[in-house]
Design a protein around this ligand. Sequence first.
Ligand SMILES: Cc1cc2nc3c(=O)[nH]c(=O)nc-3n(C[C@H](O)[C@H](O)[C@H](O)COP(=O)(O)OP(=O)(O)OC[C@H]3O[C@@H](n4cnc5c(N)ncnc54)[C@H](O)[C@@H]3O)c2cc1C
Length: 564
Amino acid sequence: MATTSVFDYVIVGGGSAGLVVAARLTELQDISVCVLEAGGDITHTPEASVPGYGKALWFNKETDWGFLSVPQKHSEGAVLPMFRFTGLMQLNRATAREYDALERIGNIGWNSAEIHKYMVKSQTLAYTPEELAENHFEADKKDFGSGPILDTPSPYKLTYRDEWYKALEECGVPYNANAIGGETMGSWMSPIAVHPKTRTRISSASAYYEPNKHRKNLTIITGAHVTRIQLNTTSGKPVAEGVYYETNGKKHVVSARKEVILSAGSIQTPQILELSGIGQKKILDEYGIPIVVELPGVGENYQVGFFVAMSYELKPGHESHHPLATSPEETISTITNICAFVPLPKLEDHQALLDLARKSNFSKIPPSVLNIQQEWFKDETMPQIELVTIPHFLPTAYQPEPDPEKRYLCVCGLLLHPFARGSIHINSSDAFKHPDIDLSAFDNEVDWQTFVQGAKLTRKVHLKTRAFNDVVAKEIAPGSDGDTQEGLEKYLKVQLVGGYHPVGTAAMMKKEEGGVVDNKLKVYGVDRLRVVDASILPFQLGTDPQTTIYAFAEKAADLIKEDI
Ligand SMILES: Cc1cc2nc3c(=O)[nH]c(=O)nc-3n(C[C@H](O)[C@H](O)[C@H](O)COP(=O)(O)OP(=O)(O)OC[C@H]3O[C@@H](n4cnc5c(N)ncnc54)[C@H](O)[C@@H]3O)c2cc1C
């Protein structure tokens, strides 16, 4: 086995977080960084750069890992696809209280003011004054800086946008003119990450890597599958000295003079830790991996949220994505999302849900987090359900093919703060074998009943409001099956999708509560090893996570620089 090279920092994973850290560290010219990415560089392929082509990447071996969950025993044995490709590109932020909760559970220096500072650093408001007015978006300039991620409006105009806002208002959910200012409750249109001139997707690859790829101190090796961390255990506390990886069946090791940074995402970061001997002894023993650091929280605390989509046919005169459209101008319409963030009191039967939550025992949730989650559940303004409209056809058993003459609307209902805690663990010592991904979907009645109420709200908005009466011709799915409690619940179980936002498997929490990293993102019990990706989030945020992950990675880069 040959040592290929030595760098100051080795980053595992060139995704959303990893490339931000690489770009910021290599601003220091005397620091060398190597990023190892298992996938290829797809930044300029039409599938990755044209907004709306995202679906072409799902289940595509070249671009998606093809992860599947283990059968979900509380959801009729469903095996859910766990896509790992970013498809939509909504740039949303959580409420300020959610970021403050990071500090409330013991992570000093992680609060809304601090995260806001890094959101400002990473994001630029790229709306013209006319676009702000047209989108009823009262953005505050202090929430943006001149960072590489551009927040832009979709150029596609929805014919039913204002009716949708009014329909939500009829259901008690007001319009929110600045939902990225710290309070997300309400309905609004999400800013998107699409370049205003080229109409190409903005990602950490296009925004943080492309402009800096000429740097002599930045090396990216693609097709490099990291198999484990090189740990030196000869002098007391184990030290991360590099990583082992494989390219085209050839084995390599790359050394890190200063640190190894794991940014392999919520599914593979815990996998790599376990393969390296960091995790639960019982699991590592089972696969013959010598234990280096016993850290029971690795791979636990997995939260992903859940969603289900419903499908509507629009009345003549209303526009949406043409099912056969492929040009960038046309496919961009599929990411023109109006969304609504709905707290519990806006759902029917919310008192019953509160009673249920009070009586339930969530033994897998650490006490400090559970207190906060119960507090949010009661909160009049903390969203628990998100409705997202995606203006295109949804193939279902009810109607597998679109009628090209007609226009459709698909609406997803998401459970934002699930009480379920799943896990991701290795099932082999082979680094190429997918780990067991268990969402624990609906292992508790509170999640399930809240999800059902969210679906009822979705149907009410689209079928029972005056404002939307002239917009929807009919509901295709679940259609009349949704009129009975039994029929609706069956539909939700069959159409359930595991969320796209996995977090929590290397949580930034106290070690005794199941934490894996401290507030400097250092792995407990190991020197020179940090985690910087979505896995550090100890709880699910009620938002799309990308902007938060960029901000976390920006902060992580500063934390690392402080130690140089
Ligand atoms: C379909 C879909 C749509 C989404 N839409 C949105 C949205 O609209 N807005 C939003 O905010 N968020 C969205 N998300 C979520 C967002 O994409 C993720 O939360 C975010 O990318 C997570 O960042 P990360 O750095 O933790 O992991 P990733 O971005 O997944 O990066 C991890 C990287 O590590 C690499 N890697 C893994 N294992 C290894 C290994 N062993 N060796 C080498 N490299 C490895 C992976 O290939 C990957 O490139 C969406 C997600 C999906 C799946």
